[in-house]
Design a protein. Structure first.
Length: 107
């Protein structure tokens, strides 16, 4: 398990909140066993599943991928400043996005 997958799995667990893995997996249209592998860090989701996870849990992809410290990608609680004025983050070293790009290029 790499640092990235550890960070991702930790944040994914936090994003799930009090819901069970089965509840989240059902909302995402996948088996609980697959979702469990994401939380264990033994597997990483593709771009489409990552997008669905973010929509379902209400967290930003940047936060989930460890690219942003703000969970919602907006304004930090108690902070009157917007998120450093950034529109996006450098994703060139993100293994999930690289794998998703490879899969898209194979089609």
């Amino acid at each position: 398990m790499t640092f990235f997958s550890t960070s991702f799995s930790t944040r994914l667990k936090a994003a799930r909140g009090k819901r069970t893995q089965t509840q989240i997996a059902d909302l995402l249209g996948m088996k609980q066993q697959l979702y469990s592998r994401y939380e264990k860090g033994t597997s990483l989701p593709g771009a489409e599943i990552l997008h669905n996870i973010c929509k379902t849990t209400g967290v930003s992809a940047d936060w989930l991928l460890g690219l942003d410290a703000l969970r919602s990608g907006g304004v930090a609680i108690g902070d009157n400043n917007f998120n450093s004025g950034r529109i996006g983050a450098d994703c060139s070293n993100c293994p999930v996005l690289k794998a998703a790009a490879r899969k898209m290029n194979e089609k």
